[in-house]
Design a protein around this ligand. Structure first.
Ligand code: SF4
Length: 509
């Protein structure tokens, strides 16, 4: 159903939400939790569910805000943003930082920390952030945020509420936060050497499922259920192996208990497993049997071709999904081996055949381009694999090709970023190779988005300030990319004690 943008209440959304966890009502510390995307995307993010729950369980009156459809009123009570002295951003992706700054600006809150500190802004709220970006490069948030909670925010929530509740002045609160080893306070940690350490929580705790189910998410009414944090594989481009280490696996018993408790409290038709690669969870088959015996379907974010079993596919396709998603990353077997995914193209075809035989009609294949040492011939292999998949399986194939962006903390952090011009050339080659094959489609790629992602991933203090102070236009976006200096950011992370393997890289293209 289309929602009018001037719609003033979240009441219809609230009515559809079912809580799976009983939370204390009220609280004495009003806190706006903002997710920089539409409600349907934010509500499919388990991290948002966790931080909301952790703050509420520690007595903070947290309320949710989303970028759309109603950006400046809370979901819980339609409260206006201006009533909140504390705003926390839940930031999963680098480009979300731009969304966070823009949302603050349009909501009448000064997004620049420097300007708020200069005293020219009266009664500014305290602004913090947490989320996946903080594992990779928290300095990218320093232009906007007064403080950044590093790592798993659930483990730090009790300390955060205790410090914030003490109610001393702004400077006193920030000093107290800066003494917590998992909180980065840019105004205090901006100089000197420090030993910050992101919090890594024990996943066997009570936190393992989404707080709500609602049909209005991108995954439908799925119950979010966490299986594992961190990944045992070592794909060079991926942030999960190093930034989210160590691998922490939730026991089958714990996962089942979360599922059963959610069934008693809420309504949902399927379960969305939250885990890097579902096939790596050793009790997955038993869990699938259990979920199916309870009459629920399942969904996985993306499947790794070399770990898909018949039972997984049956659960996925039999559960009403007529589409499967696989990430071969590249059409070239040689290049794929270098990424850390050693499976051949024949395995991709076999998996898609299995999906087709079980009733799937469509497949989405994710690829990257601009990979290290990639040749133009290897780019053409993307369409070759897609065309082969179409002709041998009969599935409708949609290919999504995204530029490779080297990230801090990954083992490919030092690899070259191809740059706008080269990426455009490569994407043109890929598009041409797709020709006019029926049943095979290439989605458009946003090269500009990738350049922004690169710049924000490696944003040091100056770049982050620029993001907070500028509304990005065509010209300032190019300046943002030119300002990127990986070595300097590596040094800044090093000074905070946060340097990870391979952080120092080559300069901007
Ligand atoms: S790409 Fe997938 S398999 Fe590879 S490290 Fe990342 S999560 Fe693990």
């Amino acid at each position: 159903m289309a929602i009018s943008v001037d719609w003033a209440s979240w009441s219809e959304y609230r009515e559809l939400e079912r809580q799976t966890v009983k939370l204390p009502a009220g609280g004495d510390m009003p806190c706006a939790i903002f997710f920089p995307a539409d409600y349907s995307v934010g509500m499919a993010n388990l991290g948002l569910h966790y931080i909301y729950r952790a703050l509420r369980e520690n007595g903070a009156a947290s309320e949710r805000f989303f970028l759309s459809p109603i950006p400046y009123r809370s979901v819980e009570r339609d409260t206006l943003l201006e009533r909140f002295p504390l705003i926390l951003g839940s930031i999963s992706y680098e480009s979300d930082i731009l969304g966070f700054a823009g949302w603050l600006r349009h909501g009448g809150v000064e997004p620049s920390r420097r300007r708020r500190e200069s005293g020219s802004v009266t009664q500014a709220p305290l602004i913090g952030a947490g989320g996946a970006v903080t594992y990779i490069n928290p300095i990218s948030l320093s232009g906007v945020c007064d403080f950044v909670v590093l790592g798993d925010g659930v483990g730090t929530a009790a300390d955060l509420v205790r410090i914030l509740r003490r109610g001393s002045d702004r400077a006193g609160t920030l000093s107290a936060l800066a003494e917590h080893g998992a909180v980065y306070v840019p105004s205090i940690h901006g100089s000197g050497r420090h030993s910050l350490l992101p919090a890594k929580r024990d996943v066997s705790s009570d936190y393992g499922r989404g707080v709500w189910t609602t049909p209005r998410t991108v995954f439908g009414d799925a119950l979010l259920l966490e299986l594992q944090r961190g990944c045992v594989r070592g794909c060079g481009f991926c942030t999960l192996p190093s930034c989210f280490a160590p691998v922490r696996v939730r026991s089958l018993c714990r996962v089942k208990r979360d599922f059963e408790e959610a069934m008693k409290a809420s309504e949902f038709s399927r379960v969305g497993f939250v885990t890097p690669e579902a096939g790596d969870y050793k009790n997955l088959e038993e869990l699938l049997d259990f979920v199916s015996s309870c009459g629920k379907g399942v969904s996985f974010a993306s499947l790794r071709a070399d770990s898909i079993t018949e039972k997984m596919m049956k659960a996925l396709v039999g559960g009403g999904r007529h589409s499967v998603t696989i990430a071969p990353e590249t059409g070239s077997e040689e290049l794929r081996r270098k990424t850390g995914k050693g499976f051949p193209n024949s395995l991709v075809i076999d998996v898609l055949k299995m999906a087709s035989d079980m009733g799937a009609r469509k497949a989405k294949l994710y690829f990257m381009f601009g990979l290290p040492q990639e040749t133009d011939e290897q780019l053409a292999e993307i369409s070759e694999l897609c065309v082969r998949a179409r002709s041998e399986t009969g599935l409708q194939i949609t290919a999504a090709a995204s530029p490779f962006v080297p990230k801090p903390g990954t083992s490919w952090a030092k690899e070259e970023f191809a740059g706008e011009k080269n990426l455009k050339r490569k994407h043109t080659l890929i598009s041409r190779s797709f020709g006019g094959y029926s049943g095979v489609r290439l989605q458009p790629a946003s090269i500009k988005e990738a350049c922004i992602e690169y710049a924000v991933s490696w944003a040091g203090a100056h770049v982050s300030e620029f993001i907070a102070e500028e509304t990005l236009t065509g010209a300032s976006y190019k300046k943002l990319v030119c300002m990127t200096d990986r070595s300097s950011t590596g040094h800044e992370l090093d000074m905070l004690g946060l340097r990870q393997a391979g952080t120092a890289g080559k300069g901007a293209p």
